[in-house]
Write a protein that binds this ligand. Structure first.
Ligand SMILES: Cc1ncc(C[n+]2csc(CCOP(=O)(O)OP(=O)(O)O)c2C)c(N)n1
Length: 319
């Protein structure tokens, strides 16, 4: 399990480092919200999910997409705005999807996918599936009305949604305590009637364990569960750089988070030979993903009106 978790963590870290390096060249055509430092949250939760379980996330979604098994080359091509991208170059970094492995979508609009996740879970429940949904969102999203409405509905209908709040302490440049009267997000989740626990988002093993237990409860019909994973964003809100000069947070806090880096922690638990094998395979995957993106074509004007609605959705709309 450690090797699997390390591969997943390292894969996300390395592709995002490469995205940050390439960004200055202007080859990447969309803004990027990097998860560097936050990888363990997606990895811990997604490792406990089955392939037929699904996830919904946010514009800071590279980690979730990859941790659930999303195709790396299609993600990088999407950032390049190329037709080989996972939304054929039309969505960019903030709109990732890979339904083959249960990545149902990410969105630039804060909070929206929380409700999408509950809707999907409702459909699965009606179909008597025992698959579950994980909904990833930031601490800022918990201030949106849709958060409150969705939690209420999910409890009422006993929906199998694992709500995962990635609490990195900031919404853009504003600290949580300057935005929320009650900073205990779990207390708010419990007030709607679901179990909630706060977990150290750097501790991937505990996260995996607790997510697995919550998922078991959901499959057993116990309804929605809530995890608040405390974490820290190492880079600026959007873009590849640092932003400590802005004065809204301290370099020392980042240093403390980096000292507890989940990627290094798991790496150190592995046999060095096994670690080297994983790292070289990931380096190759990252290199090939960028080569794929480079080689892929840009969409043309002929593509402008395609993939807007599926024929099925069109038929439904015209019924
Ligand atoms: C509905 C909506 N309101 C405001 C914004 C502007 N906005 C973009 S990111 C962001 C902060 C969200 O913070 P959080 O949910 O904690 O996620 P993080 O960026 O920390 O991952 C805001 C307010 C938006 N994209 N959508």
């Amino acid at each position: 399990m450690h090797a699997r978790l390390y591969r997943s963590l390292y894969r996300i870290r390395r592709v995002e480092e490469e995205i940050a390096r390439v960004y200055a060249s202007d080859k990447i055509k969309s803004p990027v919200h990097l998860s560097i430092g936050q990888e363990a949250v997606s990895v811990g939760v997604c490792d406990a999910l089955r392939p037929d379980d699904v996830v919904f996330g946010t514009y800071r979604g590279h980690a979730m997409y990859l941790a659930k098994g999303g195709d790396m080359a299609a993600m990088v091509a999407e950032l390049y705005g190329k037709v080989g991208g996972c939304t054929r170059g039309k969505g960019g970094s903030m709109h990732l999807i890979d339904t083959e492995c249960g990545v149902m979508g990410t969105s630039a609009v804060v909070g929206t996918t929380i409700a999408n996740a509950a809707g999907y879970a409702y459909a699965m429940k009606v179909r008597r599936s025992d698959a579950v949904v994980a909904s990833f969102f930031g601490d800022g999203a918990t201030e949106e009305g849709v958060f409150a409405e969705t939690l209420n509905f999910a409890v009422l209908k006993k929906l199998p949604v694992l709500f995962v709040c990635e609490n990195n302490g900031f919404a853009i440049h504003t600290a949580q305590a300057k935005r929320q009267g009650l900073t205990d997000i779990c207390a708010r989740a419990r007030a709607y009637g679901m179990p909630a626990e706060r977990i150290d988002g750097n501790d991937v093993l505990t996260l995996r364990d607790r997510a697995e237990a919550a998922i078991e409860r959901m499959r057993g019909g116990e309804g929605p569960q809530f995890i608040e994973a405390t974490t820290y964003r190492w880079r600026e809100h959007v873009g590849p750089g640092q932003d400590f000069h802005l004065g809204y947070r301290e370099q020392a806090d980042c240093d403390a988070a980096q000292a507890r880096d989940a990627v290094r922690a798991i790496a150190e638990m592995l046999d060095p030979k096994e670690r080297a094998l994983i790292e070289s395979a990931v380096e190759l995957e990252v290199r090939e993903a960028f080569q794929f993106a480079e080689a892929s074509a840009f969409p043309t004007t002929d593509d402008l009106m395609t993939d807007i609605f599926t024929e099925e959705a069109d038929a439904l709309a015209n019924r």
